[in-house]
Design a protein around this ligand. Structure first.
Ligand SMILES: Nc1ncnc2c1ncn2[C@@H]1O[C@H](COP(=O)(O)OP(=O)(O)OP(=O)(O)O)[C@@H](O)[C@H]1O
Ligand SMILES: Nc1ncnc2c1ncn2[C@@H]1O[C@H](COP(=O)(O)OP(=O)(O)OP(=O)(O)O)[C@@H](O)[C@H]1O
Ligand SMILES: [Mg+2]
Ligand SMILES: [Mg+2]
Lengths: 165, 165, 165, 165
C-alpha cells in the first residue's frame, strides 16, 4: 500500500481545487510563512477521521471551510480526498485503489465516501484500525509539537506504545 | 495482550538504544517501565544521556537535543511497527546543520516501508527530498501549489510571489 | 495608577498597530481591553489580521505569523517603555527568509536605547550582529567561548570541533 | 546605562570561567546544539534574581551548579557576575560601574554581592525595580516560548503591561 494523492477543495486556505501526487520516498513541502503548508497536515488529520476542531487549530469544525479573503467570498463546503494504492490489499477491501473523501457543509452536514460510495465515519475508522496511522497516531508530528512525546506523562506515553502494539 | 505489549516494548527499546546512538554519534538512552505496577498499567520513562555528558533530566537537555531524542524515539517505534506514511512539520527548525544531516541520513533506512512528507524551510532537508512541492499565495489568502525544483528553488522569489499581491 | 495604566495601554496600542504593519507589510492589528470591567482588572485581547486575509482567531494563524505578531507586540512594549537590554533565544527558527529580514530590519529602530543578545542558527540573522560569539564544547560537556567572525563562520567547523571530542 | 559583561563559573555547563563582553548594538551567539547557548540565557535570569528552578529548566536550584562530565568532577559552587556601566546613574547607586554577583554552594548557601560587597537578594531586586527588566520581565524571550505572550490568557497578559507601566 502507498499514498498516491491528496486533493483539497474549500479546505482552509485551499479555495481552489488543489492536488498533490505522492511517490515513494521523501516529498518536501516548502513555501513562505502563512501560505498553507500546515493546512495540508490538517487536511490529512481531517480525512483520517479527526473530530477535534481544536486539533485542527480552530474553535469549531466549521473553521475548516474556506472563510473567504478580502477579495473572495466564503465557500459553502470543504472537501478532502486521499487516494491509496491498494494492489497489495493492505486495506481489507477488494479494490486496487482506495479513495476516501470527507465533506463538511456550512449547514453542518457531513459526508464520508469510500470510492465515491457514501459510508459512515465508523467505516473509515475501521479501515484504518490496526494500520498504525489514524487521526491521533504517532505518524504525524505537528509544527511546534515535536517535544510532546518527551513531555508527555509516563502514562500518556504508554498510549502510543499501545497503538503500536 | 500482555505478551504483545511486552514484545513491542522490548523491540522499541532495542531500536531506541540504537537510533539514539546514531542521532548523537554516541551516548546511551533507554526506556524504563514503571516498577511494581502491572505491565498493562505501567508508565514509560525516557532516560537519555548525550555522549560525554553525565546523566541529567530531559528538561535540562537543549532544544536541539530534545528534538533529536524525540526523532530517535519516533523512528524506533516506526522500526517496530512500520507505518505506511509519516508527516513531519518543521521538525528541523531547532537543529544545527550537523544534526539536520544526521536526521536526513537516518530517514534513508525507512524509505522502503514508509513515505515521508516533510515541511521545511531548511535547504539541507529540501536537498534530500525526491519530490518537492511549493505552496504559496499568489492571490492573498488563497493557497496554490507551484512546481519547484531544488536547483531553481529560490525562497525569495517564491516569497516575492506571495507578498506582491 | 489608573491614568498610568491607560497611558501605557494607549501608547503600546499605537506602537503595536504600526509595528504589526511593518512586520507583515500591511494588515491590521489591535489590542482590546475587556469591556465592562474596571481598567485595573480588565484582560487584554489581541486581534490581528495579516494583509489580504479575513480576520480569524490567533490559533488559526501559521507558526511564522504567530511569531511575527509576538515580535510586533514585544517591540511595541519596548517602544513605550524601553528596556536597556533584550535577550532573544532562537525566535527566528519558524521564520522564512523574508520575515527574518523584516525582523532584523525592525531591530535597527531600537538600537539606540536597547542592547540585543540574539541566539540563532540563521545566517541572515548572524549577518546583522555587531559582535558574534561562538559557544561550543571542545571538551564534551564543558562550554567554551570561541571567537567567531561572520566571514569565517563555518557552522560545520564549529560543530566538528564540538563533536570530535 | 548599558550592559558591559557577563561572567560565569561553575554555572551549568560553564565549568571554566567564561566571560562575554557586550557592546551597544546586537550581539549574536551561535554554536552547535547542546553546547550551552541557552545556559547563557539562564545565567541572565538567575543573576537578575530568578528563584524558580523550573524556570531554569531544573528540578531544584542545585541543578545550576556544574554537575561534572564523564571526565570532570562536579564543582562545589556556581557563580555569575553581570557588570553594567552606570555613569548615567541609571541605577540608584553612586558608582559608575555596577557589578552584581550571585553564588550558590552545594551546601545550599547563597551569596549576593554588589560591587564585591555582600548584600541580600532583596537589595538586588530593589536595584532592578522600575527598570523594565528583572527575572520575569518581558525583555527575555526563551527558546521555544515565543508564543507565550499570544497564548497567555487576557489577564496574564495584563501583568506584562503593568510591568511596563
Ligand atoms: N477556513 C479558512 N479559510 C481561509 N483561510 C484559512 C482558514 N483557516 C486557516 N486559514 C489561513 O491559513 C493560514 C495558515 O496557514 P498555515 O498554518 O498552513 O501556514 P504555513 O504555510 O504552515 O506557514 P508557516 O511556515 O508560518 O508555518 C492563516 O493565515 C489562516 O488565516
Ligand atoms: N548543572 C549542569 N552541569 C553540567 N551541564 C549542564 C548542567 N545543566 C545543564 N547542562 C547541560 O547543558 C546542555 C544544554 O545546553 P543549552 O540548552 O544551553 O544548549 P544550546 O546551546 O542552547 O543548544 P540548542 O541549540 O540545541 O538550543 C545540556 O546538554 C545539559 O546536559
Ligand atoms: Mg506551518
Ligand atoms: Mg538553546
Amino acid at each position: 500500500m502507498h499514498l498516491k494523492k491528496l486533493e483539497l477543495v474549500g479546505f482552509k486556505s485551499f479555495a481552489d481545487r488543489t492536488s498533490l501526487d505522492f511517490k515513494p520516498g521523501i516529498t518536501g513541502i516548502v513555501g513562505p510563512n502563512g501560505c498553507g503548508k500546515s493546512n495540508v497536515v490538517d487536511a490529512f488529520k481531517w480525512i483520517l477521521g479527526s473530530q477535534s476542531a481544536k486539533g485542527l487549530r480552530g474553535t469549531e469544525m466549521m473553521d475548516v471551510i474556506f472563510g473567504g479573503t478580502q477579495n473572495r467570498k466564503p465557500l459553502g463546503y470543504a472537501e478532502v480526498t486521499v487516494v491509496f494504492d491498494n494492489t497489495d490489499r493492505y486495506f481489507d477491501i477488494d479494490f486496487s485503489e482506495v479513495a476516501i473523501t470527507r465533506r463538511l457543509f456550512r449547514s453542518g452536514e457531513s459526508e464520508y465516501l469510500i470510492n465515491k460510495n457514501r459510508c459512515r465515519l465508523k467505516d473509515i475508522k475501521n479501515l484504518f484500525l490496526d494500520t498504525g496511522f489514524g487521526a491521533t497516531s504517532y505518524s504525524i508530528l505537528e509544527q511546534g509539537k515535536i517535544d510532546v512525546l518527551l513531555q508527555a506523562t509516563n502514562s500518556d506515553r504508554r498510549v502510543v506504545f499501545e497503538e503500536a502494539a | 495482550c500482555r505478551e504483545l505489549f511486552q514484545e513491542t516494548f522490548d523491540s522499541v527499546q532495542l531500536n531506541f538504544k540504537d537510533l539514539f546512538r546514531k542521532c548523537f554519534g554516541g551516548g546511551r538512552a533507554e526506556l524504563v517501565l514503571e516498577e511494581g505496577v502491572d505491565i498493562l498499567e505501567a508508565g514509560i520513562d525516557i532516560v537519555a544521556r548525550p555522549p560525554g555528558k553525565k546523566l541529567r533530566t530531559l528538561a535540562l537537555m537543549s532544544g536541539g537535543e530534545k528534538t533529536m531524542t524525540t526523532i530517535a524515539l519516533l523512528l524506533a517505534i516506526f522500526k517496530s511497527k512500520p507505518s505506511p506514511f509519516c508527516i513531519l512539520d518543521e521538525v528541523d527548525a531547532p537543529l544545527d546543520d550537523t544534526n539536520v544531516r544526521r536526521f536526513t541520513v537516518l530517514l534513508d533506512d525507512f524509505l522502503e516501508n514508509t513515505q515521508f512528507i516533510i515541511i521545511t524551510h531548511n535547504k539541507v532537508t529540501m536537498g534530500q527530498a525526491d519530490t518537492l512541492y511549493g505552496i504559496t499565495m499568489e492571490e492573498r489568502g488563497v493557497s496554490k501549489r507551484v512546481a519547484v525544483s531544488l536547483e531553481s528553488y529560490d525562497p525569495d522569489e517564491m516569497e516575492a510571489l506571495a507578498t506582491s499581491t
